[in-house]
Design a protein around this ligand. Structure first.
Ligand SMILES: [Zn+2]
Length: 170
């Protein structure tokens, strides 16, 4: 079973952009519990984003996390993880204009910006939240080092012969 990348489209079976459900495992006990996101790499590959940025967003402010095994300190429920994953998606994966996950992330004049390959909008990704600013800074550093983040989400898009009749006329 897969999920729709845009939470707002979650009930649409024909929505094209799919992602796996987070697979969680819990380790440790008492004060030392960890939540491991077992398929973190899949999300990183799918979105083309560094996994530590996604993990950092899921961990949240003040939480310890370890990128070696994609673990977060504490016991996070499936819904906690999913909501924070969607929060990341809403901020960094979906186009602010058309809400399609077709963004190429780049740095323009030291700002994290995105160019949408669906609607062509170029938007500055500005976030007021302090914690988001840190993640934004991480993404800027990563892009400066590795180049633009191209959307890889297309790997999950249905091929033409799987498109429904309605898809062809949208
Ligand atoms: Zn767009």
């Amino acid at each position: 079973m897969s999920l729709n990348v845009n939470e707002k489209e979650k009930d649409d079976p024909n929505y094209r952009y799919k992602m796996p459900k987070p697979e969680l495992e819990y380790q440790g006990k008492n004060q030392n519990t960890y939540t491991i996101i077992k398929n973190m790499k899949k999300f990183a590959d799918l979105f083309g984003h560094p996994s530590y940025c996604i993990l950092k967003n899921i961990a949240g402010k003040g939480s310890r996390f370890d990128i070696k095994n994609n673990s977060i300190k504490g016991t996070l429920s499936y819904n906690d993880v999913l909501n924070r994953l969607y929060d990341y998606i809403n901020h960094y994966i979906l186009c602010p204009k058309c809400l399609k996950p077709e963004l190429e992330l780049k740095v323009i004049k030291n700002y994290l910006s995105c160019e949408c390959h669906a609607c062509s909008a170029i938007t500055k990704l500005n976030h007021d939240n302090k914690y988001k600013k840190k993640i934004t800074k991480d993404l800027i550093d990563w892009i400066n080092k590795n180049g633009n983040i191209k959307r890889n989400i297309n790997v999950q898009v249905k091929t033409n012969d799987e498109l429904s009749f309605d898809d062809l006329f949208e």
